[in-house]
Design a protein around this ligand. Structure first.
Ligand code: ZN
Length: 308
């Protein structure tokens, strides 16, 4: 297959299904079921997995078993990443054995307030302590920026604001930044421009792109980002995630769909597609409703089919 030279040879996928996906499932998923999904992902080759949020369990009851999840993953050989909103929860995550913390805020004031009931500067003020706690314990921190490509309340997000939040995260000691397209408003032009301006400003490629597929554009965005050198993406097994009331409508990019495409393009992921498909089908049985992933239904491309 003819490919432009600037596609990466290798891409890293951060698996977010067990956190971003499960938090949108209303009926409580038994801890053992969650652990089975995480284990299957790790066996398939996932090396960085968002396994839980340490967060007020009244806000997201689905993730109330974060400590039990971490206990069930003790000694596992992948990066156990957890979302944390404040220093108190960061400490709980570290004590439970997290290898990586993800702190987050929104690119727009109104979304930040709707999400965590604080202004952006109030959110940033609590982060100093999170970063120093993490540094003391040798735990890495990623800074995630929600609604990076458009806010449901304020519309367009100025790219300069994204870069200045990214700069604040980096100054605090973040090991990377995640740009979240929380509402599925990203399209290839803005994605490509953001990737290039980030690389220009920071001379670094230490960011991940987190695309939701509300409008079917997530895979196009991934391709546009790779064309200008992006190498890390957040994806979710089965394409779970998004809106709790319409679970099949607006998930993340499905990990197995991305792995299938990248392998066909000759780009390495370190993940076994067949194991991933089995994991997605088993998770669909666990959740009990149809998932949006495509390759889990079609199977991988079989170039031998029909041959004698
Ligand atoms: Zn998400």
């Amino acid at each position: 297959m003819l490919m432009p030279d600037n596609f990466p040879k290798k891409v890293k996928l951060r698996e977010v299904g067990p956190r971003d996906g499960f938090q949108n499932v209303e009926a409580f998923i038994p801890t053992a079921g969650k652990l089975a999904v995480i284990d299957a992902l790790a066996t398939a080759g996932a090396r960085e997995i968002e396994v839980a949020s340490f967060i007020n369990e009244k806000v997201i009851p689905q993730l109330a078993d974060a400590e039990a999840i971490m206990a069930g993953l003790a000694g596992k050989k992948f990066i156990r990443s957890t979302l944390v909103p404040t220093p108190k929860y960061a400490l709980a995550a570290i004590e439970a054995g997290a290898d990586q913390l993800v702190v987050f805020l929104s690119a727009s004031e109104s979304h930040n307030r709707a999400n965590v009931n604080r202004s952006i500067s109030e959110s940033l003020a609590g982060l100093d302590t999170v970063f120093s706690l993490a540094a003391d314990h040798g735990v890495s921190v990623l800074g995630a920026i929600a609604v990076s490509f458009g806010c449901p309340f304020e519309g367009a997000v100025p790219p300069d604001r994204l870069l200045s939040i990214a700069e604040t995260f980096r100054d605090l000691g973040a090991d990377g930044v995640i740009f979240g397209d929380t509402t599925g408003m990203a399209t290839p032009g803005p994605v490509s421009r953001l990737v290039k301006s980030y690389q220009d400003r920071f001379s670094a490629n230490d960011f991940s792109l987190h695309f939701h597929n509300n409008r079917g554009s997530a895979m196009s965005n991934l391709l546009a980002a790779m064309q200008v050198g992006a190498t890390t993406f957040d994806t979710a097994l089965g394409g779970i995630g998004g809106c709790p009331t319409v679970p099949q409508a607006a998930g993340n990019l499905a990990t197995e769909d991305v792995v299938c495409l990248l392998h066909e393009m000759g780009i390495e992921t370190g993940i076994d597609l067949n194991l991933l498909i089995t994991a997605a089908r088993d998770m669909e049985a666990l959740l009990g409703y149809p998932l949006p992933g495509q390759v889990m239904k079609s199977g991988p491309i079989d170039w031998q089919a029909g041959n004698p």
